[in-house]
Design a protein around this ligand. Structure first.
Ligand code: GLC
Ligand code: MG
Length: 714
């Protein structure tokens, strides 16, 4: 079974995940990498973790490696999406179609499509559903957090509607979550809370598709604190060094290092409610007397240069520290190595008989609670959301109502002073986390679930499979290339049908999709595999006319439709075509009223388009039709794009046409057939390589050309 796992955003790598370096690199990243590592140990599974390629001086060069091995049967594969600069996840939306294309092309080059696609978060959900329409692959979705829930939160924070849209793109996210869930065959959540509450407002949530599978934890990293006390020989020098460095860092803040720690560890995110914990501690002389407060909230160099949300949280922390005069009692370390140091911080806190506290009002999951419990550090956290599952499974901490500040303070005090209770919770954590939250159990259940959906779509026709089986692709213009002689058309249609198994059939026309269908319905040709319409500015596939969004997204660059129309407005010989379907998003079409003066008219056009009209592609046919497309678009460009995307050999593509708007297909490295009834201007192409001038007109000439290039047998 070949599993494609997609996790687009954040900083993804095999070792030393930079947890909390930014808002997009956290629990989700860790989860996905750990899942793949465990999967890589299984014999009968192959897995690729697809993410974004990042080549950015601010980030480690490792993120720019296309392939990173994750284990025996697993790799991280990095593909381009919206340039190579690091981008926060909300900015990735416009580039996802590019990712889709790169992913398809990747599958094509390795000659293998996935058996299962598992998308993490809404952005990957979009990519996966697109890929699924081509490959008909069963789809698994894990939302991690959900847009509707976030929207509710952001509104409660009085975030403006404008910002919700422009900064968070929250409505796009929700829409894609709905769409992904509609397509998904399985939706995996980590907790019952997520399944029952967070997913509840989604229309496409279907109970039978939902499955709770608690995630695992890297238990070798999160070993119990007392291994230090018994001087376990497996403790490496590196670990000891990490702990020593951490102690040194804390010594810069704390006067009495012997007191237990009240430890908070989270991203500098307003929702984590760190201020509340500082206030509780700041107001309680009792707590200050018996414990230090240690807050590990991400990594920072210069707060003033940080992203707004994080800057706010960190500034508030410092101000509160000052207001309550917590110097010597409160530590907010600047640096730590998230992968290496975090387990040591928990263990240090446990050795000092401290507690892990989170005052976040709601945790969807609560990875840190599991980590703390695993090393034997008892937790105090909210009685809402995912922490409840952890509490029920392990009884390794105490749940409180976060609105009840007194209760939080009292519970901290109680746990720090009641040794017996502390021991019990600590012991429960170490024992039960190992039973419930281990990757082996998780992956067993996971693979069992995948097994049940694996064959679900097997009998559906898969576009990608069809594209993979094509050896030759014949691309035909319609008017005067296929049309004109019904008897010859019948002969050609028969040949296309007999050779269908290996010969793909595509259309490349100036007509719109509807108009192309209309004329084709009068002829006996097989349904085309691909329809390139509007002179190459639109691409659709198969009987369902699945649009190729990657293509529209690619060609729209520097396209200034209105500016072009404006600039040509005053040229009298140009009349905008009015027939239905002739004006398209990426095509402006004119009729030339005075073809005798074509030279002069074209000069005028070029001059008028000189400035402020972006870049464009001018296509003249029969001196009568003038089409203007984005500079990247054209029939030949579209074919070249298809060749790349589907791994088709350009030399095995035969393009056939008769007029000026076909010229673009003759200028590329394909084999070309120019039918006998061609427009005279094409004579200039005679005696160029790979151009075959048929002796017969229309369909008959096409057939002649196919035989000439050995795409079919005579
Ligand atoms: C088709 C289209 C028209 C275009 C012409 C030449 O007739 O309908 O809009 O100008 O082809 O490409
Ligand atoms: Mg034609």
């Amino acid at each position: 079974m070949y599993i494609a796992i997609i996790n687009l955003h954040g900083l993804v790598r095999k070792e030393d995940i930079e947890m909390g370096r930014d808002a997009d690199t956290g629990g989700q990243t860790r989860y996905v990498v750990d899942l793949v590592k465990e999967l890589s140990k299984r014999e009968d599974v192959e897995v690729d973790l697809f993410t974004r390629l990042i080549k950015d001086v601010r980030y480690d060069a490792g993120y720019s490696k296309s392939i990173e091995k994750l284990g025996e049967h697993a790799r991280i594969v990095r593909l381009n999406c919206g340039g190579t600069k690091y981008l926060r996840k909300e900015l990735l939306w416009p580039y996802l179609d590019e990712y889709v294309d790169n992913l398809i092309s990747f599958f094509r080059t390795q000659k293998k499509g996935p058996d299962i696609i598992h998308a993490h978060y809404a952005d990957a959900g979009y990519v996966a559903t697109e890929v699924e329409t081509y490959f008909q692959t069963p789809l698994v979705f894990t939302g991690h957090s959900l847009g509707r829930n976030k929207l509710e939160y952001l509104r409660s924070q009085q975030v403006s509607e404008e910002k919700l849209d422009q900064y968070y793109h929250i409505h796009t996210r929700i829409k894609q979550e709905e769409r992904t869930m509609r397509h998904a065959n399985l939706v995996i959540t980590s907790t019952h809370y997520e399944k029952d509450t967070l997913y509840a407002p989604y229309a496409s949530r279907e109970a039978e598709k939902m499955k709770v599978i608690p995630p695992g934890l890297d238990l070798e990293t999160f070993f119990p604190y007392y291994h230090y006390e018994i001087q376990d020989p497996s403790i490496t020098e590196e670990m000891k060094h990490a702990q020593y460095t951490m102690v040194r860092e804390l010594q810069r803040f704390l006067t009495n290092m012997d007191k237990p720690f009240i430890l908070a560890l989270c991203r500098p995110d307003a929702r984590k409610n760190i201020d509340l914990l500082i206030e509780i501690y700041g107001k309680s002389k009792d707590l200050q007397a018996i414990a230090n407060l240690v807050i590990v909230a991400g990594i920072r160099d210069d707060i003033s240069s940080m992203e707004e949300g994080e800057r706010q949280v960190l500034t508030d922390m410092l101000l509160l520290m000052d207001r309550y005069d917590l110097y010597g009692k409160m530590a907010i370390p600047k640096h730590h190595n998230p992968g290496r140091d975090v387990p040591e911080i928990y263990r240090l806190a446990a050795m000092k008989r401290g507690v892990f506290v989170s005052t976040a009002a709601l945790e969807n999951f609560g990875l840190t609670f599991i980590e703390a419990s695993a090393v034997g550090l008892p937790f105090i956290g909210t009685d809402k959301g995912g922490v409840k599952d952890i509490f029920e499974n392990c009884e390794s901490g105490v749940l409180v109502d976060i609105a009840d500040h007194q209760a939080i303070g009292d519970t901290i005090y109680e746990l720090l002073t009641d040794t017996q209770k502390w021991q019990q919770l600590s012991h429960n954590g170490v024992e039960r986390i190992r039973q419930v939250y281990n990757w082996e159990t998780h992956v067993d259940t996971y693979l069992e679930q995948l097994g049940t959906i694996k064959t679900m779509k097997q009998d559906l026709p898969a576009l990608a499979k069809r594209m993979a089986n094509i050896e030759h692709l014949v691309v035909c213009d319609i008017d005067n290339t296929l049309t004109g002689d019904m008897q010859a058309a019948r002969k050609l249609a028969d040949v296309l049908k007999t050779n269908q198994a290996h010969l793909g059939f595509a259309i490349a026309t100036g007509r719109s999709l509807d108009s192309a269908h209309e004329i084709l319905s009068q002829y006996p040709f097989p349904h085309p595999d691909i329809l390139i319409t509007a002179v190459g500015s639109e691409v659709h596939y198969g009987t369902d006319d699945v649009p190729d969004k990657g293509w529209s997204n690619y060609i729209r660059r520097r396209w200034k439709r209105e500016a072009i129309k404006q600039a040509l407005h005053d040229i009298p010989a140009l009349v905008l075509q009015t027939e239905e379907g002739t004006q398209r998003t990426y095509k402006i079409s004119y009729t030339i009223t005075d073809p005798a003066n074509i030279q002069t008219i074209m000069e005028q056009v070029k001059q008028a388009l000189g400035n402020h009209t972006g870049m464009h592609h001018l296509i003249l046919s029969h001196d009568t039709y003038l089409d203007i497309l984005p500079y990247r678009a054209g029939k030949g460009d579209a074919i070249q794009y298809l060749a790349w995307k589907w791994g088709l050999e350009v030399g095995n593509i035969v393009t056939c046409g008769d007029s000026g708007n076909d010229r673009d297909m003759f200028a590329k490295p394909f084999k070309s057939v120019i039918v006998a009834n061609h427009e005279p201007a094409l004579d200039a192409l005679k005696r160029t390589k790979n151009r075959f001038f048929a002796t017969k007109p229309a369909s008959e000439g096409v057939l002649e050309g196919l035989i000439h290039f050995k795409a079919v047998k005579p």
